[in-house]
Design a protein around this ligand. Structure first.
Ligand code: FPP
Length: 251
């Protein structure tokens, strides 16, 4: 992995990606779907390198949703295997490049071996600072919000939390993403224009970018195009342009 440089000030600090289109990529080549996911794993590596090189501090990738459990069992187990292989082949390099690895989602549903590997990876890289790579696994935005609400209700019931202390910050601290800033930019590859239960709370003011590029084809140029689109937008967070100062752009 090449060394990092300073992030340009108008670039996103946190990029989240819905990696869609692996199946279609494979189908167009008369290959099994799993081959599309295998190529997708190579794009993951490329995107991580891109972020590291350009000083993007947080990258969050949607690898497996709560709904994906309904896919044919061969695809589910193939994906689980691929995730394990990814950790095995990439973790040392992630660590050497000062990248922190973490997951968001309900890990209890994952195969025990994969969970153990994930936990070891998180532990090993926990103090790394240059980039936080979060992989969403068995993740659902609504489920995440429900789990947070339940945790908060429990804390109130136990007398540990006062109702009036349930602020946005307090709520965020009960989400899987606690400690991460909200994404500045959400990219979805594969041509669909929806959020598919990803980071529903966190994307309240996130800039959305949709591209027809299929995930296995998502290369540095495609990533740059997304960042360029982002830098050309004005983020007003509900205010009017004059309140933000002349020429204020995304970032
Ligand atoms: C969506 O494409 C993609 C997935 C459900 C899996 C994403 C997994 C990877 C990119 C590979 C492994 C990940 C890591 C982190 C190593 P799809 O199958 O829905 O594609 P389609 O819409 O074209 O059928």
């Amino acid at each position: 992995m090449s060394s990092s440089s300073e992030r340009p000030p108008d670039w996103p600090r946190h990029v989240a990606i819905i990696m869609d289109g692996n199946g279609r990529w494979a189908h167009r080549r008369f290959l099994p779907r799993l081959e599309g996911h295998r190529q997708g794993a190579k794009s993951v590596r490329r995107a991580v390198e891109f972020c590291r090189r350009h000083g993007i501090e947080f990258l969050t990738l949607y690898a497996f949703s709560t709904e994906n459990w309904q896919r044919p069992s061969a695809e589910v187990s193939g994906l689980m295997k691929l995730l394990g292989q990814f950790l095995e082949s990439e973790l040392d390099e992630l660590h050497a490049n000062d990248i922190r690895f973490r997951t968001i989602g309900d890990l209890t549903r994952l195969p025990a071996r994969l969970r153990t590997r994930i936990e070891a990876g998180q532990e090993k890289t926990r103090d790394n600072q240059s980039l936080v790579l979060s992989i969403a696994l068995s993740y659902g935005g609504r489920q995440e919000i429900l789990a947070a609400a339940q945790a908060i209700a429990h804390a109130v019931k136990m007398g540990e939390l006062d109702e009036s202390s349930i602020t946005e910050d307090a709520f965020s601290r009960n989400l899987y993403t606690q400690g991460l800033p909200d994404p500045d930019l959400l990219i979805r590859t594969g041509g669909e224009m929806r959020i598919s239960n990803f980071l529903l709370w966190q994307c309240a003011y996130t800039e959305l970018y949709f591209t027809d590029v299929l995930w296995p084809d998502f290369d540095d140029q495609a990533f740059l195009d997304a960042v360029k689109a982002f830098t050309g937008r004005q983020r007003r967070f509900g205010m009017i342009a004059e309140q933000l100062g002349a020429g204020e752009r995304a970032g």
